[in-house]
Design a protein around this ligand. Structure first.
Ligand SMILES: [Zn+2]
Length: 495
């Protein structure tokens, strides 16, 4: 009891000393902030100091007084004159101060027209746009750089059949399908932007890197293995970043950094903690570039397939897309479908959830297959096909394919198991431009089981028993991969 009385006394002294030190003998209270004549923002703060224990009202609303004697209120101003009334009651004495704050709405400055009008042409990306390195064509299309978000403007340089050559930055260009861009009105200039603040945060199952820009600019990106990082070049951007907020609860992103690699190319580095990449994507939200990096899925820590969601794709399908047809008339689409059923059964036995891109004999567009896997938020994807070409009398064998270097290990691990069967090793194929190998947002591989066109291969792959053996080996490969993932996590990445 004594103690609490003592505390009250101390507090009183504290209040009296602090609340009065800022007031002269003549002053009943003082406004220290907010009596500005003209302001340019609608949120306005009134801050003042009054003797301890006063009752304070700003525009008739109570204002909180702190132990120091300070008080403060937030006002929302309307354009024009705003009357402010501060009323302070101390020991029954009322004191009032009235003043006016003028909120001036800022009208955007109109820039006078350039003396030299811009005469170039500019195109803007549509949904699903992507860029190629060159104007080259291939069975599955030219080599892709990456997909681009909608609404990105680029200078049009040239035309090459179905492609436009567009400028990314002073010294780099790309090719983009004509059908995936719109023309901007004459006089539209290609964009340039300064970079602004960044943030790196944990959004639950992903880490998110956000780079604020003034405009949507074209970007190119890739993953490196050593050092373990994602690299994104923003074309037409110069650094004005003086602030990078980094939260400490990130799970996959270790840290971020940047480099101005050319006067108009700003390079973003995202260093990762875990050795195995589970996917990332680059997109825009407004004019902020947003990189979403997936965490290692929780089931992966067990080192098994249990709990993972796995996309399984049967190549071709429907009345028009039979795929390869063997000399005896076996259709690839039928074998692919039969094998994906086998693959699904084996994966489900191991506790994985399986999502099929085509559960029956239907043709599903490549873009729709990607959407199915994206909507199911798959952890990885395997596409099953049969190959064709080459010498019909020779055993041609089995092969696996990837596009992005971060998924090479997955393709390699599965191939190592497939070639345990007595078949020819046709190879591990990288940078393959198959649509379902193009997403970066989940690990993905293509398994070209055997060649329909080779008589010895045809004999093997037409046999359901052999099909089952191939799918069992595929599952073994996926299991091996999960073991590698687990041991890499055990090695204790920086967490
Ligand atoms: Zn095929």
């Amino acid at each position: 009891m004594k103690k609490s009385i003592f505390l009250v006394a101390i507090t009183l002294i504290f209040n009296l000393t602090l609340s009065s030190f800022n007031l002269s003998a003549q002053e009943s209270f003082k406004i220290v902030r907010g009596k500005s004549d003209t302001v340019y923002t609608p949120v306005h703060y009134i801050v003042g100091v009054a003797p301890g224990g006063s009752q304070i009202f700003v525009n008739d609303l109570p204002s909180k007084q702190y132990k120091t004697g300070s008080f403060g209120s937030e006002l929302r101003l309307v354009p024009g004159d705003n009357s402010v009334r501060v009323r302070v009651i101390t020991n029954g004495n009322e004191n009032i101060e009235n003043f006016v704050v003028y909120y001036k709405l800022l009208v955007p400055v109109t820039v006078p027209a350039d003396t030299v009008p811009y005469t170039g042409r500019v195109v803007v990306t549509r949904e699903g746009a992507y860029m190629n390195y060159g104007a080259g064509q291939d069975r599955l299309g030219g080599a892709k750089i990456n997909y681009l978000a909608e609404g990105i403007r680029m200078e049009l340089l040239d035309s090459a059949q179905a492609l436009y050559k567009v400028r990314l930055s002073e010294n780099s260009y790309a090719f983009i399908p004509k059908s995936l861009v719109n023309h901007e009105p004459a006089g539209t200039k290609p964009p340039f932007s300064l970079t602004s603040s960044w943030s790196v945060s944990n959004a639950g199952n992903t880490d998110i890197v956000r780079v604020a820009l003034e405009k949507r600019l074209p970007y190119t990106f890739f993953k490196e293995l050593e050092p373990n990082r994602i690299v994104i070049d923003i074309h037409g951007a110069a650094c004005n970043t003086n602030w990078i907020t980094q939260y400490l609860n990130l799970k996959m992103v270790d840290y971020v950094d940047y480099d101005q690699i050319a006067p108009d190319v700003f390079r973003v580095y995202i260093y990762l903690k875990d050795e195995y990449c589970w996917g990332y994507k680059v997109d825009y939200s407004g004019t902020s570039l947003v990189v979403t990096v997936k965490h290692t899925p929780a089931p992966a820590y067990k080192g098994t397939l249990a709990g993972l969601t796995i996309g399984v794709d049967a190549g071709h399908g429907g009345p028009k897309s039979h795929g390869a047809v063997s000399p005896s008339g076996v259709r690839e689409k039928d074998l692919n479908l039969a094998m994906t059923y086998m693959l699904r059964a084996e994966l489900e036995k191991r506790g994985a959830k399986v999502v099929l891109s085509r559960p029956d004999d239907n043709d599903v567009a490549m873009s729709d297959r990607i959407k199915i896997f994206a909507n199911a938020n798959v952890d990885m994807m395997v596409s099953v096909h049969c190959n064709a070409g080459g010498n019909p009398l020779r055993p041609m064998g089995t092969s696996t394919y990837y596009k992005h270097i971060e998924y090479r290990e997955l393709a390699k691990t599965v191939l190592e198991r497939l070639t345990e069967l007595d078949v020819n090793n046709f190879g591990l194929i990288g940078n393959f431009n198959f649509s379902l190998n193009s997403p970066t947002y989940w690990p993905n591989i293509l398994v070209e089981t055997m060649f329909m066109s080779s008589l010895p291969d045809e004999e093997l792959i037409s046999d359901p028993l052999f099909q089952r053996m191939m799918m069992n080996k595929t599952v073994k490969g996926l299991e091996d991969y999960m073991k590698k993932v687990k041991s890499s996590l055990k090695k204790g990445a920086k967490r």
